[in-house]
Design a protein around this ligand. Structure first.
Ligand code: C5P
Length: 312
């Protein structure tokens, strides 16, 4: 049957990945309050699934499949970034009478520095575009995403990519590795603006924060296995450790548990430990659990950006 004869779907489910920043260089705060960044994003195997159906009014509900994910801080009103994404798409196409019911199944920790909200926004944009057969061009989705949050364009693109501007200018990079990480969750969230604020006080951004070309080479040619760990870096780490000294202890424990390297994920409080392979990652997670760090996930990257997983 030709695509033209297929009926419009009643529902569409889109899966979007969590991101980690394997390099995060931060410059001096700009007049608009954002910080110029040079970052290397990697999409990893923790996902939010977003299902949309046509409705009279906008609504959003959230459940959690993720073992360590709590949904109590996720807003269920128009302030939810998924509804903001839906309304932005509708405004872009001047379809003001449209609305949708959005269901989010969270596998990405909330306020964890892994861009779960951005994943929901990206997934909602793609899902509604398909539900209503809008045919929105990729560049338009990226532009709408950038208005919603600095990390939304990357959640659309996925894989491994550099981020510049305030993080919203995304350029895919060749990554031939399969990188294994132990993600260590935190019981409490850490607000992104407060970490950037502490960064301004402690560091200010007066330094060379550019991505080194050798790092991109380490991703392109991963046969040289231990190479990547040399380039892992996060400029926000001192600020996050200042606000949350317990996070430094997580990094130290991960290294003692034989991680190749440990660093803050984004603006935290989630921590990342690089492992040599899947088995080592599971072994590191086991050792961390013995030390009381039992809220962990073993993930790999890069994985795909927001993509349809079901039509209903
Ligand atoms: O873009 P997003 O909504 O994710 O940003 C949340 C907050 O994080 C911003 O309001 C700002 O305080 C801080 N931020 C920043 N510089 C960036 C990205 C985010 O200062 N490049």
């Amino acid at each position: 049957m030709s695509a033209a004869l297929l009926p419009d779907p009643i529902s569409v489910t889109v899966r979007a990945p969590a991101k980690i920043n394997i390099y995060l260089g931060v410059g001096k705060v700009r007049p608009d309050g954002f910080h110029p960044l040079e970052t290397v994003y990697q999409a990893v195997s923790l996902y939010d699934d977003v299902t949309v159906t046509d409705a009279e009014e906008w609504s959003v509900s959230t459940i959690a499949d993720g073992v360590h994910v709590e949904v109590r801080e996720v807003p269920d009103d128009d302030s939810n970034i998924a509804i903001r994404a839906g309304k932005a798409l509708v405004a872009h196409h001047r379809l003001d009478d449209r609305a949708a019911a959005i269901q989010i199944n969270k596998g990405i920790p909330v306020a964890g520095g892994m861009a779960g909200g951005s994943a929901d926004a990206a997934a909602t944009l793609v899902a509604l575009d398909r539900l209503w057969s809008l045919g929105t061009a990729d560049e338009e989705l990226l532009a709408i995403g950038a208005e919603l949050g600095s990390d939304v364009p990357f959640a659309l693109v996925g894989g491994t990519a550099t981020g510049t501007g305030r993080g919203e200018v995304v350029t895919p990079v060749e990554d031939n590795g399969s990188w294994w990480w132990v993600v260590v969750f935190s019981d409490d969230g850490l607000s992104t603006p407060s970490v950037y604020g502490a960064y301004d006080l402690l560091e200010g951004g007066d330094h060379d924060y550019r991505i080194r070309p050798q790092m991109l080479e380490a991703l392109r040619a991963p046969a040289n296995g231990e190479h990547l760990q040399v380039f892992l870096y996060n400029d926000l780490e001192d600020a996050a450790f200042y606000l949350r000294p317990d996070l430094q202890a997580v990094a130290e424990a991960a290294l003692e548990c034989q991680a190749s390297y440990a660093l803050l994920s984004g603006s935290g409080p989630t921590m990342l430990a690089l492992a040599a392979d899947a088995d080592s990652a599971r072994a590191i997670a086991g050792r961390l659990a013995e030390r009381g760090y039992d809220r962990t996930a073993v993930v790999h990257g890069p994985v795909a950006g927001a993509h349809v997983v079901a039509y209903g």
